[in-house]
Design a protein around this ligand. Sequence first.
Ligand code: FEO
Ligand code: CA
Ligand code: CA
Length: 552
Amino acid sequence: MKKQNRRSFLQFLGRTGIGLGAGAFLVNLQACTPTEKPQNPETKPSDPRPFPLQDMQHSLEDKLVLTNGLEYDILIKWDDPISEKDKFGFNNDYLAFVPFDKNTPNDGMLWVNHEYFQEIFISGYNDKDKSKKTKELVDIEMYSVGGSLVRIRKNDAGKWEVVHNDPHNKRLTAKTEIPFHWDEPIEGSTSAIGTFANCSGGVTPWGTILTCEENYDMFYGETNRSDPKNPFRDLDGDYYGWSQHYDYPPEHYGWVVEVNPLTGEAKKLVALGRCAHECATVHQTKDGRLVVYSGDDSNDECLYKFISKEPENLKEGTLYVANTTKGEWVSLNYNEQKILQDNFANQTEVLIRLREAAKLVGGTPLNRPEDIEIDPITGHVLVALTNNKPKGDYLGEILKIVETDLEDKTSLTFEASTFLAGGEDTGFACPDNMAFDPKGNLWFTSDISGSSVNTGPYLPFGNNGLFMVPSWGEQKGKVIQVASAPTDAEFTGPFFAPDGETLFLSVQHPGERSKDLENLTSHWPEGGSAQPKPSVVCISGPALSDLMKGAS
Ligand code: FEO
Ligand code: CA
Ligand code: CA
């Protein structure tokens, strides 16, 4: 099959970036995620040059260590001002850069997820008993999560920088009112207060951001329906204790949220269901419809695919859950499934209680499905399965889904197999966020939890890392470690600039195991006795420039 080149891709976006369907944002931005058509990898040209990136040693240093030929600059840190009134939030995760225009690939909006926070750094609260946490402290914490919109551009010295005080710069927080994109109210309301637990995400073909609310139960708990006649708010997972001051329903969280990066306007996409959404990865069919993949990151939870009924419409369509044993996408449409009609009142309830519905129709429990990416060369859908310790899966794997309809991905059958398994031979454990660079090389991060690093089965792996899998050259298909994270941190949100010569990367939760400010486990990035600060870095260097000249 013929591969779309970058130029035709941008021309294609130019056609689809305007004239949007009802409810879509009027965004004149250019999504820059490659969506090239799959081609036979055997047709790729060979390249005699040595591959520019080499594997590095694991590290246990409190540093961001890079392989030869790469370097990094800090783009923005927690608490940095972005405007007169707003500051950058905590624990940056997913990143998406959307240029203002196809002719200005080095100037645009960076969206940053702020997933969660550590109380000692934000409110200073340091007690397991949350009952003494005041409303004033909760308000401070509520500002630290959600997302940031920041204009960034490349300066004359070739470095990316934040445009401070740009009128586009703004914050979404746990206080922002966000409407539901749905015809029926959700738990009695047409809007929710706030977004939080924003983990990974995606970009639509019309340049809006999809940000995913993952571990939402840490904030207002979850509704327990074990006795269907007496549902109650279960605060077991309510780590932060916000619900003693704000009585917001758990059902208002756990959604995929669409954000217009120019205005900050947002809406919660009910049609994609409610769970611990890790990501929302969008593919566009030949006739313009959308296929959105999303994982529910928890032990024994499922993989989902939404197929829109019409182009540019993320409200009407069908949500499916994967049965990976049979290789089938099973409909979660209330009208098509008697078992759903027997257990739920309507489609809205199915979407709110997605996990229960998915199990009823035969969704396969998976080992923490996290990020999902579509290989631009092969068309295969890759799903990071991080681990499942209770089931004895400590090291995780990357699952490969080959849709029967490789190009459009609207087929309801597929083949699933292991693409890469964590282990000492591959050199990684616990895969999480992934990204393809413009040359079709796979990059991914690892997420070994802070308390597990350098212990038990994780001893061989050092700190969390950034890895890549070459699409060409003598190391094609092998795993190369290219970066190691500071103490307690994980890398998240890898996202390439349009020219592929910069990788934007989040460094999340350095020093996470610090018990208090006098006993810090990390001082990254400022060093000395400084507090650790989650930050976004720009990775570049001659090796990345060389890589972008490589076979494609
Ligand atoms: Fe927020 Fe599943 O990582
Ligand atoms: Ca993740
Ligand atoms: Ca993770």
